[in-house]
Design a protein around this ligand. Structure first.
Ligand code: SF4
Ligand code: SF4
Length: 774
């Protein structure tokens, strides 16, 4: 087919910066396939546009496409571009055309951006000759395989109904050979509920792939997913069966969908459009050179993917500006009202666009897999028992309203605590593959997984300690030398559970640290020390020396530095002066307190918490429910009372020595507000994170980012409320000052236009609290 010729335009024409750039291209080298899979979205779904496409992309079309990609990458200064050779079946193009396409693309794009060249294939035609071409041109190849023979034969057959399984496995055996291993990019498996998930998982693992991805079968509200026997979330159940086996196996291979779910739990990006809110910057080029939207839209209706644009007449910028492509880069704003108000939206992202389609409302709907996505998201934050909804990464509207008032009941804070637990668990799970390379950490991981089944409360108690999340975040950020602390986390849980176990624990700063319990001082020199835990007694074996401590009864004051518990009316707070990860504030933490100093702190914390019932009405229950640890800080050189909280240490407030319990009460309320808001922000988008504008606020000379202003408002409102309940003219003056600060900044936030729907609702609740005081 000759190109639909018209003018071409120069890169200089490109309105760089007016559209979000596209960095991923699917190139249809062929429009036909040698298989006839009955679940294929290209041939078996409503869109039949493949019928008018030329069978092969001509060299001229490849050339024009390559020029368009290069001019777009140059105009937008893209560092890297990914091109996936696709079809139909791209291997039908033959070795010579594939090689020529690779040369053309690398010649055009290479001088401008790094080109990541891939191919997605059914593998049937893969031969050593073609594999040599793929190696020569550095083209990674992903193969579609639905599981073992019976699973694969269910759909992936030739037109005459015969199996393609042998041919695909032959291709995979080829890719496992050392000379081709570098181009083996992974397996793509379409979920079918009729297949046994474990057999599918094991069959995929047996092919030794570098990566696996699962695809939900394409469906929408007009053609809903099959739900045999009326099951509510069968797709989530199917995938979660694999998730459990995968965790138990120590995550032997990356599984993109499951890793993406974990990534969304920890605020990371997903690398897949199946979940999450990351922009989808992809366009398809058909064999005739027409730009199309993502292929899966073909499952919605005939012409759903069309743009009316092509590489000969239109720049990539014009394709990027097409409403169907641009909307997929717009995050939250591109979703329907139901998704936008859904508490899971940041992790779900509404699922694949194709799955949202319904006649009449188009794509303005939640996913037809909504229930499955929600179940998957809720379950994948827990390591050993994903069915248990402990992540609780949702904030019901009533909870958001309660917290938005500035106050916050114990029940509302329990939701935030569950969010923190979910994140800590997800972070810990995410460390498990790296932990397998460290024998100390690996043993700790195995113990933790066992305890999570046999003694989940003990595991929860330790994972809920403020500084376990901080440790996990450090490891995720690259501090892999600290992975061995996982064994200390497991050991603390074992002591709490009364489980007998032999372990090796890391030594840090001359001590073995057991989160929530305390530190055992050891002789200098060793990095690790063998430990026997039996009946709640911990015995360290360093050479011939034996150190025995019984954390519950403190029999060994020389060696054992227990974390002291401060019993307040209604709860227990740890006076944390040993945990090595407590050093996460901008201020210097105090070292181990002497018994006399610790006694003074204990009494002051008790009295400060007691004051809250009369001075911080509406806050006291929430503070008690949230506060897990008080971290003594070193005195401030200026003599000022200082306090701090850290997002990575939910439940901990750090304080310098203060003059009296009245001052401490104010600081506790102030910092707990920061912790509450941080936990809300962990699961709920209150403002546009891309908005870099700053606001003038009354309490600082320098303008603050939106998040900083929101934090200030939230903390100062609570402090104002404490002063409001204290007698005397000085208290009244403090109240007026904090109220005025809050008043002005609340209005500025509401006027800025950066708040999301939830954010505006939240800040309007703060406004209502302030108005009630008038
Ligand atoms: S191999 Fe892929 S393109 Fe070919 S029929 Fe099967 S699903 Fe469709
Ligand atoms: S869970 Fe459902 S409602 Fe929530 S974002 Fe996902 S598709 Fe939308």
């Amino acid at each position: 087919m000759s190109p639909p010729s018209a003018r071409t335009s120069d890169a200089a024409d490109a309105p760089a910066g007016t559209v979000a750039p596209l960095s991923q291209y699917v190139l249809k080298l062929t429009s036909r396939c040698d298989l006839s899979c009955d679940h294929c979205y290209v041939y078996e779904h409503p869109d039949q546009s493949w019928r008018r496409q030329p069978r092969l992309m001509t060299p001229g079309t490849v050339e024009a496409t390559a020029r368009r990609i290069a001019e777009h990458a140059a105009a937008h200064r893209l560092d890297a571009v990914r091109v996936v050779l696709h079809g139909g079946e791209p291997l039908l193009a033959g070795a010579a055309r594939i090689a020529a396409a690779a040369v053309t693309l690398r010649r055009a794009v290479g001088p401008v951006a790094r080109l990541d060249l891939r191919m997605q294939s059914n593998g049937v035609l893969l031969t050593p000759e073609i594999a040599d071409v793929l190696v020569t041109h550095d083209i990674g190849v992903g193969i579609s395989l639905d599981g073992d023979r019976s699973a694969n034969d269910r759909h992936r057959r030739y037109a005459n109904g015969t199996s393609s399984h042998d041919q695909v496995r032959r291709a995979l055996a080829l890719l496992r050979r050392p000379e081709y291993r570098s181009i083996y990019a992974g397996l793509l498996c379409t979920v079918d509920l009729a297949n046994d998930p474990i057999r599918v998982y094991r069959a995929l693992l047996a092919e030794d792939p570098p990566r696996i991805d699962f695809l939900l079968p394409h469906a929408n509200w007009d053609r809903p997913p099959a739900r045999p026997d009326g099951a509510v979330t069968p797709y989530a159940d199917w995938l979660l069966t694999i998730h459990r086996a995968w965790l138990a196996d120590g995550q032997p291979v990356p599984i993109r969908l499951l890793e993406s779910l974990l990534a969304t739990a920890t605020g990371g990006s997903t690398g897949t459009e199946a979940v999450g809110l990351a922009p989808v910057d992809l366009v398809v080029v058909e064999t005739d050179g027409t730009f199309e939207q993502v292929d899966s839209l073909k499952s919605a209706f005939h012409g759903a993917a069309a743009t009316g644009l092509d590489v000969f007449r239109h720049r990539v910028d014009e394709a990027a500006a097409h409403p169907g492509i641009a909307v997929r880069q717009s995050g939250l704003a591109g979703l329907c009202a139901t998704c936008r108000s859904c508490p899971l939206v940041r992790r779900c992202g509404g699922g694949l666009l194709a799955h949202r389609y319904r006649t009449g409302t188009g794509f303005d709907n939640p996913s037809a897999y909504c229930a499955d996505l929600a179940a998957l998201i809720r379950a994948t934050a827990a390591p050993a028992d994903p069915q248990t909804d402990r992540s609780a990464d949702t904030l019901p509207p009533a909870v958001l309203d309660d917290l938005g008032s500035g106050r916050g009941s114990a029940e509302s804070v329990a939701h935030l605590t569950a969010v923190h637990h979910g994140i800590t668990r997800a972070l810990t799970v995410a460390l498990s593959p790296a932990a397998t390379a460290d024998p100390v950490a690996a043993a700790g991981w195995r113990l933790l997984v066992d305890l999570d089944v046999s003694a989940p409360d003990a595991v929860d108690r330790v994972l809920g300690h403020p500084f376990v999340r901080r440790w996990a975040q450090r490891c995720r950020a690259g501090a892999t030398g600290e992975l061995s602390h996982l064994a200390a986390v497991a050991a603390a849980a074992a002591v709490r559970a009364g489980v007998d176990v032999d372990l090796v624990l890391p030594v840090r700063a001359g001590a073995v640290h057991l989160p929530t319990l305390g530190a055992i001082v050891v002789d200098a020199g060793a990095d690790t020390v063998p430990v026997v835990i039996s009946g709640g007694v911990v015995e360290l074996r360093a050479g011939r020396r034996r150190v025995r401590v019984r954390p519950a009864v403190e029999p060994n004051p020389d060696r054992w530095q227990p974390t002291r518990a401060v019993h307040t009316d209604g709860g227990t707070v740890l006076l944390e002066d040993t945990d090595p990860y407590r050093d996460c504030f901008d201020l210097a933490v105090a070292s181990r307190l002497s018994p006399a100093v610790a006694d003074r702190w204990t009494r002051q914390v008790q009295r400060a918490v007691h004051r809250l019932d009369t001075e911080a009405v509406g806050y006291a229950a929430g503070v008690r429910a949230l506060l897990r640890a008080v971290v003594p800080l070193r005195p401030d050189p200026s003599g000022r009372s200082r306090s701090a909280a850290a997002r990575s240490a939910f439940g901990a407030v750090a304080v310098t020595p203060v003059v009296d319990d009245a001052a401490l009460a104010v600081l506790l309320v102030h910092e707990v507000q920061h912790l509450k808001l941080d936990a809300v922000l962990d699961v709920c988008e209150l403002f546009d994170p891309a908005d870099a504008r700053r606001l003038r606020v009354p309490w600082r000379d320098d303008p603050r980012p939106v998040e900083g202003a929101l934090h200030g408002v939230y903390a100062h409102l609570a402090v104002a409320d404490v002063w409001r309940h204290r007698p005397g003219s000085a208290a009244a003056a403090h109240f007026r000052r904090y109220r005025e600060w809050t008043d002005g900044a609340v209005d500025a936030l509401l006027d800025l236009g950066s708040l999301t729907v939830d954010g505006e609702r939240f800040v309007r609740r703060l406004r209502a609290t302030l108005d009630d005081w008038r």
